[in-house]
Design a protein around this ligand. Structure first.
Ligand code: HMG
Ligand code: MG
Length: 314
């Protein structure tokens, strides 16, 4: 264990999109912008700003274009957004984003529930959109969801995931993020899947996207690191969930991930203290406590310090 860790890791922040998409309380455009700018100030260089999907399906992110136009970010931040079709693609271009994030599922049932079409049709859409994006000089990320478990079909066959990955590999796609959409995967499954795909797929192009329903997300990150993966998705404070994956909890918390990486001697370029400020801001914006453990621990120790200082002065 822990013999093959990389020197650096790319953290891909999905909080403003995956984190918010399922939140029932409507967050204002201004608050979304504040949160995104704070995340960039903490050193995150890859941020998924929003979705350009149907507002009927994801009402929380209906203001995607306004958010993307309003944020002021350093020039080296890779701005991305979820795009399901040409309509969404036009919005991403209008917003001046650098990247589009396409998405599809590894099972027919999740695909139908999430995008109202089957896998074959989704593959055609991804092919057309990735070609258009390349012609427009945008980079392309693609999510493959439910690669371990599907909320409708149960355990997913790794061989069928590997087959879909080969199809994606033949498209103009720069990075493929493998999603444990319901947050139930275990390290053994992660190691087995990466081993299975590693002879055909360039692992530098693979990202892992863990939700944390069963509390296995960080253990899965470690399994991914040991298997040669160097890009991980996370969401500030552990916000999130897919509305079309019943029972799924939030994403792996960005602060928990960065704490683990820092303490393992892996560079991320992210300021953990500032990340905690972002988590605090996210809690204020949502009006509730978030599940991130490092966030909870830090905020409670900050509170204790403030109380002790006040008592000392009294
Ligand atoms: P549909 O109903 O089959 O499509 O939805 P449609 O073409 O009939 O359009 C329906 C209405 O939406 C129309 O409006 C369109 O104009 C509008 P109307 O004529 O009824 O007034 N519309 C749009 N509006 C704005 N932007 C667009 C757009 N497209 C259509 N881009 C569709 C098909 C794909 C659009 C729909 O199913 C959809 O938007 N799905 C998105 C669902 C979603 O966002 N799910 C969560 C993200 S995936 C996820 O969380 C997993 C991930 O995190 C990884 C993991 O954890 O595994 C990525
Ligand atoms: Mg997700």
């Amino acid at each position: 264990m822990l013999e093959r860790l990389p020197e650096t890791v790319k953290v891909f922040e999905v909080g403003p999109r995956d984190g918010l998409q399922n939140e029932p309380r409507q967050v204002s455009t201004q608050d979304k912008v504040r949160l995104i700018e704070a995340l960039a100030a903490a050193g995150l260089k890859n941020i998924e700003l929003t979705s350009f999907v149907s507002p009927k399906w994801i009402p929380q992110l209906a203001d995607g274009l306004a958010v993307a136009r309003a944020v002021k970010l350093p020039a080296d931040v890779n701005t991305s957004a979820l795009v399901p079709n040409f309509k969404g693609y036009q919005s991403a271009k209008e917003a001046g984003l650098r990247q589009i994030a396409l998405f599809m599922s590894a099972t027919e049932s999740h695909s139908q529930k999430n995008i109202n079409k089957g896998i074959a049709d989704a593959l055609s859409v991804l092919k057309e959109l990735s070609q258009a994006a390349k012609a427009d000089r945008l980079t392309v990320r693609a999510y493959l969801s439910v690669v371990f478990f599907c909320p409708y079909e149960g355990r997913v066959n790794p061989a069928s995931v590997a087959k879909l990955l080969l199809e994606l590999q033949n498209m103009s796609i720069d990075e493929i993020s493998l999603g444990d959409t319901i947050g139930a995967a275990t390290p053994k499954q992660v190691v087995e899947l990466i081993k299975l795909i590693s002879s055909d797929i360039d692992l530098k192009k693979i990202a892992l996207h863990f939700h944390d329903t069963m509390g296995t997300a960080l253990a899965n990150v470690l399994a991914g690191l040991e298997s040669g993966i160097t890009t991980f998705d996370a969401s500030i404070g552990g916000m999130g969930g897919c509305p079309y994956a019943p029972g799924a909890a939030g994403n792996l918390a960005t602060e928990d991930l960065v704490y683990l990486l820092n303490e393992s001697g892996i560079k991320t370029g992210i300021d953990l203290e500032k990340l905690v400020d972002c988590g605090k801001l996210a809690q204020e914006i949502l009006g509730k406590e978030l599940p991130g453990r490092y966030l909870k621990a830090c905020l409670s120790s900050r509170e204790k310090k403030v109380r002790a200082q006040a008592e000392a002065q009294a």
